[in-house]
Design a protein around this ligand. Structure first.
Ligand SMILES: Cc1cc2nc3c(=O)[nH]c(=O)nc-3n(C[C@H](O)[C@H](O)[C@H](O)COP(=O)(O)OP(=O)(O)OC[C@H]3O[C@@H](n4cnc5c(N)ncnc54)[C@H](O)[C@@H]3O)c2cc1C
Length: 382
């Protein structure tokens, strides 16, 4: 089957890229699994916050806000975001980090402000009275990831694009200026291939004879346990440790918690480890009066980073027609609208998005050939 843009991977990256590219030409999205959000996209904490990641990540997040708050007509049946605060807490020994974190955050947004310890306890009554020395509050948002992801896919197919599941790309060749991807669901050809394969993006590159970018998938664990009896936490904010040693958020009468682990892992179907679950319980119980008597559900997912922890977006400098959309780390959902517009502009020779330029994000900041990735690229022989 022929098309203009072949996208490998149908997580949030591939789905959003396919959505933007389908404005310009025919798109086929190839997904190995039987359903498209099986890996990282279906395992996130679904949070939108501009106080996360480096300057470029924060700018991409901010540039995604308009789409997520106000998507196009008929994109989604319900709002994609719901207001929910983020309470960042610090112990007395974390004050230096706390001040730095607050100063950095306030450069970007005035939606973050310090709150008193008493206010912090009012917002999250289960915090231990002796634990918190300082806190700040951000008017963050929960995202409906499933609605966002399915909205991208529905719009893509509505424009004539195709999602092919059960289509693991096993071989990639370039013949006469056209990529051919061989999968169990058939062969697919296009002049442009977008590598949106999440933790597997370097593997896809190697298959195509392209140098990798040094992607390191890192496992993160999540547990769900019943919320406390007799304490109303409905609408209470997410709580995050200022050093990102743990976070927890109330969700429909239950608590979702993570030790915010970042354990390097090969690309795989990640599973939670007992030790990480134990660490989660220990950290949550140290900071709060929550009791984890029974874990109802746990999972792990991969957050994939390159050396400078910034997304990798754009044409490979050495290989015609091969574009990267990788390294989404822990920000892939909330940056997806802006990242997809960026990759579409670069794939089609279009104008660089004005809102990214206005936030001083250039194609060079995201380029696979940027200096920060040179050592990893040089070390990666196809
Ligand atoms: C616990 C956790 C919490 C997180 N919380 C947040 C959050 O609050 N906010 C936020 O914005 N982000 C969050 N993230 C990060 C976010 O989930 C990721 O950045 C994002 O999902 C990455 O999307 P992706 O499409 O690149 O990867 P994936 O969703 O993993 O998709 C890649 C796809 O490529 C497919 N693929 C791989 N190889 C092949 C092949 N050979 N052929 C065909 N298909 C292939 C895979 O099957 C997979 O479906 C979190 C992540 C985790 C794990």
């Amino acid at each position: 089957m022929n098309c203009e843009f072949l996208v490998v991977g149908a997580g949030i990256a591939g789905a959003s890229a396919g959505y933007e590219l389908s404005r310009h030409g025919s798109v086929v999205l190839l997904e190995r699994e039987d359903r498209p959000a099986y890996h990282s996209t279906g395992r996130s904490a679904a949070f939108f916050t501009v106080n996360y990641g480096n300057r470029v990540i924060r700018a991409l997040t901010e540039a995604s806000r308009a789409f997520l708050s106000s998507p196009p007509d008929r994109f989604a049946a319900h709002p994609l975001m719901a207001a929910r605060g983020v309470l960042t807490i610090a112990r007395a020994d974390q004050m230096e980090t706390f001040e730095a974190n607050l100063a950095e955050a306030r450069k970007l947004t005035d939606e973050i402000a310090p709150v008193t310890v008493a206010e912090a306890h009012r917002m999250m009554p289960v915090l231990r009275p002796d634990y918190v020395a300082a806190a700040h509050f951000e008017a963050g948002q929960y995202m409906d990831v499933d609605l966002l992801h399915s909205g991208y896919l529905r719009a893509l197919t509505g424009r004539g694009g195709k999602l092919v599941c059960g289509a693991e790309v096993r071989r990639i060749e370039r013949v006469g200026g056209v990529w051919r991807a061989t999968t169990p669901a058939g062969d697919f050809e296009a002049p442009i291939l977008v590598d949106a394969a999440g933790a597997w993006a370097d593997e896809i590159a190697r298959m195509a004879g392209v140098r990798g970018v040094g992607l390191v998938p890192k496992r993160r664990t999540v547990i769900i346990f019943p919320g406390p009896e007799g304490v109303e936490l409905n609408g209470a904010p997410m709580v995050i440790d200022v050093d990102e040693q743990f976070y927890f958020k109330p969700e429909a009468g239950k608590i979702l918690a993570s030790p915010a682990d970042e354990t390097p892992s090969p690309p795989c179907d990640a599973r939670p480890e007992e030790i990480d679950i134990a660490v989660t319980v220990e950290r949550i119980q140290r900071a709060s009066r929550l009791r984890v008597a029974r874990i109802e559900h746990s999972w792990a997912g991969l957050r994939s980073f390159v050396a400078d922890k910034t997304l990798v977006i754009g044409p490979d400098p050495d290989t015609d027609g091969f574009l990267w959309l990788a390294g989404q780390g822990g920000y892939g959902i909330m940056t997806s609208p802006a990242a997809a517009r960026a990759v579409a502009a670069l794939a089609t020779g279009g104008v660089w998005p004005g809102d990214l330029a206005a936030r001083e994000v250039t194609a060079e900041h995201l380029a696979p050939g940027r200096p920060a990735l040179a050592a990893d690229r040089n070390a990666s022989a196809p």
